[in-house]
Write a protein that binds this ligand. Structure first.
Ligand SMILES: C[S@@+](CC[C@H](N)C(=O)[O-])C[C@H]1O[C@@H](n2cnc3c(N)ncnc32)[C@H](O)[C@@H]1O
Length: 386
């Protein structure tokens, strides 16, 4: 713990964001491993700390757009002229300190598949490669962070070796594999871009990554233009309380959050919100009861065994049936978002969803959020003020 604390403070000092008397302290947590705790009362809205990523880079999902590896812009991209296979958008980006270093490394590994074209697979695997460029202190810090075990973590290295035919030294491969497991356990999504195009990167913020999860978090965060993460108090936090953030979207209902946490972070959340089928009276996971027209809510018979039960007539609905309804409606809502679809969105909200779900279910709420982003913001749908 002392070494971790020391290395985090060195990292913050190096990034010029260290505070002399910070309101946090690292301690063992009853919830799991280490956690961050308030060492004094913290007011709502107060900045608790700033953090800077020791690694930042593209996400590994093939659905993510192609971005410049220096500034993450999606415009004017061309392959780096040194044939490293990575996309660049300007001379300045091509000659940035980070890209120069990674370019040298990649060109040194050169195989036939790195030609003068952008190599998408390489781009998606770039973030763990960046761990090889860290200073010794930052490598040690990375090794002290939580990692996940399991075959699904580290597939990026299999792509680099298999599809791209790269051969690394054993210690390079070990560090990159470890980095994948650390990124999967700790990384934050950082949104970059502008109105023309946004994308999510993954960033490893060492101090922030010590915060455990709660579905009722007491912190919130945003990012500045340098990708520093700014963590603030979302509620009043009393001295001694643990600092939590949410690893899921807050608007997701309990079964969706729990499944996500189990699949991606390998634990079952036991917070007060997860234990309350009504989620503090919001009934976010509620589904219409076809028998009596009231609402059925999720009840857990074990960590991963859930069924829906009507609060009025006690009619039971199996999880399989609810999952199909959530999947089909959720997938439709996920793909809405364009201003041309407003009429269709409203129709779906008013006519389709009510056949299955009450208006306070997470899917209805999600769709209303999407409409809010368009109505009053999109030039086609500005309020007339009348
Ligand atoms: C980002 S790390 C958080 C810091 C971690 N406790 C440590 O010691 O480094 C995420 C991991 O912490 C544990 N964890 C976080 N929140 C938890 C919770 N609410 N319940 C159980 N385990 C949790 C899980 O092992 C999870 O994969």
């Amino acid at each position: 713990m002392d070494e971790l604390n020391y290395l985090i403070i060195e990292h913050l000092k190096f990034s010029n964001i260290h505070e002399e008397h910070p309101p946090w302290v690292i301690k063992n947590s009853n919830i799991g491993g280490r956690g961050l705790f308030a060492n004094r009362d913290i007011k709502v809205g107060e900045i608790i700390f700033r953090d800077n990523p020791i690694i930042l880079g593209p996400r590994s999902s093939m659905l993510c757009p192609i971005v410049c590896v220096s500034c993450y812009s999606q415009e004017n991209l061309y392959p780096c002229s040194r044939n490293c296979g990575l996309p660049i958008c300007s001379n300045q980006c091509e000659n940035s300190k980070l890209h120069n270093k990674e370019c040298q490394l990649l060109v040194g590994w050169k195989t036939e598949c790195f030609q003068s074209e952008i190599n998408l697979s390489l781009l998606k695997c770039l973030t763990p490669i960046r761990s090889l460029l860290l200073t010794d202190n930052k490598k040690t810090l990375l090794k002290l962070l939580k990692s996940h075990s399991g075959a699904q973590h580290g597939f990026e290295i299999d792509i680099l070796k298999g599809k791209l035919g790269l051969n690394f030294k054993e210690e390079e491969e070990n560090l990159m594999r470890l980095t994948c497991t650390v990124l999967d356990a700790n990384s934050f999504e950082v949104t970059v871009g502008n109105e023309q195009g946004r994308t999510g990167l993954r960033g490893l913020y060492p101090l922030s990554s010590l915060m455990n999860h709660s579905c009722l978090p007491n912190t919130m965060h945003n990012f500045d233009k340098y990708q520093n993460m700014i963590v603030k108090a979302a509620t009043f936090i009393e001295k001694g309380q643990e600092l939590f953030h949410s690893y899921t979207r807050l608007v997701w209902g309990t079964p969706v959050r729990r499944t996500h946490l189990e699949r991606t972070k390998h634990f079952f959340c036991m917070c007060l919100r997860c234990k309350d089928p009504t989620e503090f009276g919001t009934n976010l996971s509620g589904i219409n009861c076809k028998e009596c027209g009231d609402v059925a809510l999720p009840f857990y018979s074990s960590d991963d065994n859930v069924h829906w039960e009507c609060v009025n007539c006690k009619h039971l609905i199996p999880n399989d049936k609810v999952s199909v309804i959530f999947r089909v409606l959720g997938s439709r809502v996920k793909h809405f978002g364009h201003s041309d679809e407003v009429q269709e969105m409203v129709k779906f909200l008013k006519q389709k969803i009510p056949n299955y779900l009450p208006p306070y279910n997470q899917i209805s709420v999600e769709l209303k959020y999407r409409l809010i982003w368009i109505l009053g913001h999109n030039p086609k749908y500005l309020w007339s003020g009348k």
